[in-house]
Design a protein around this ligand. Structure first.
Ligand code: UDP
Length: 341
């Protein structure tokens, strides 16, 4: 019999791609999503890809009674937890929203899991926990730094809470530290739905090419990198989603109670390299200017992902060109009318 995985935030950007991969790998999936940064239509689009229905609960995970009723009613073997706010800038403006949602939501989820003897969880974290470091490639033994934003604080604290519960309360937890997820499903059925003006590079690029934004500003070209612009490890969202399936396979059978994996390609790319790759993939010239540095940007960071490759038997299949091609294809589906501010 198939195992059943609850995916919180399963209609979001990474969540929806993960639901597809789970369904395509013989898992039954239940999604809980509050639609705060997604829409119900995503469930239909997932079904268009997998030909399988998505069992959907529309609720905030902080609603303990709803969670309890769901765990009573369903037979859940493991949880992949995405539901969280993710805008670094907003977290500085509205820290309590982030503490309540990201930390409060996760503790409620863990409490209800514990009550119902569901103890396997894969948690979506971020390389932001490494803070401002110049040591790349960076592996999982690198110390967790002081957070640069309330968003980062929530990721560090949630990792710590999970670690405690794995040590003392019988949980089996895996933390996945993402580098920079980009791109969209090759079918162009699902992708990122940025709210308002995108903060992230790739949606900003695709919206600029679509005419929604006038031009991209490259945040600084005076860094100590080969072309002066920041370096990041961009990873295709489908590769990332596949890693969650591998992580769940592993978590359900692992001997130890807690483990942490970096998820990146292991290749650092500069902002200018990304722009060039996009221009090539889309056949467009991207209007951009060089601006000031953005406060809080780390100069360069990329992953040592060899632990995930070896232990999870996972390898990235998509390169930068595929990331740009699929991101552009998705933008063409969204069209040029999605300017919300
Ligand atoms: N970036 C940029 N212009 C933008 C958005 C991002 O030059 O409009 C740069 C940013 O300075 C960073 C890289 O693109 O070097 C990736 O930024 P993003 O916000 O996507 O990810 P993060 O900084 O969180 O890794």
């Amino acid at each position: 019999m198939n195992k059943t995985i609850l995916v919180t935030g399963g209609l979001g950007y990474i969540g929806s791609h993960t639901v597809v991969e789970l369904q395509e790998n013989a898992y039954d999936v239940i999604v809980i999503d509050d639609l705060s940064n997604s829409s119900k239509e995503v469930a239909e689009r997932i079904t268009a890809i997998t030909k399988k229905p998505v069992k959907l609960y529309i609720s905030d995970i902080k609603h303990q009674h709803t969670l309890e009723a769901m765990f009573e009613h369903e037979s859940i073997d493991g949880v992949i937890h995405f539901a969280a706010h993710k805008a670094v800038g907003e977290s500085v403006q509205e820290p309590f929203k982030y503490y309540a949602n990201n930390i409060g939501g996760m503790t409620t989820l863990l409490k209800v899991m514990h009550q119902h003897n569901v103890n396997t969880i894969v948690f979506s974290s971020s390389c932001t926990v490494y803070g401002d470091t110049n040591r790349s490639p960076i592996n999982e033994t690198h110390p967790v730094a002081e957070a640069i934003s309330p968003y980062g604080t929530t990721k560090i604290i949630c990792e710590q809470i999970l670690k405690d519960l794995c040590k003392h309360s019988g949980f089996r937890g895996i933390v996945l530290r993402y580098f920079n997820p980009v791109g969209a499903h090759p079918s162009a059925q699902i992708g990122e739905l940025p709210l308002g003006v995108p903060n992230n590079l790739v949606p900003y690029i695709t919206q600029t090419a679509a005419g929604i934004r006038e031009k991209l500003t490259v945040f600084g070209n005076d860094y100590n990198t080969p072309d002066g612009t920041n370096i990041r490890d961009y990873i295709h969202v489908v590769d990332l989603a596949k890693a969650h399936v591998k992580a769940m396979n592993y978590a359900l059978t692992m001997n130890q109670s807690y483990d942490v994996f970096n998820l990146g390609t292991g290749n650092g790319r500069s902002v200018l390299e990304v722009i060039k790759a996009f221009e090539k993939a889309s056949g467009t010239d991207l209007p951009y200017i060089i601006g000031d540095r953005r406060v809080g940007d780390v100069e360069q960071i990329w992953a040592d992902a060899s632990k995930a490759e070896n232990k999870l038997k996972w390898h990235c299949q998509y390169g930068l060109d595929d990331m740009m091609k699929t991101a552009w294809k998705w933008q063409l589906v969204l069209g040029s009318g999605s300017k919300s501010s």
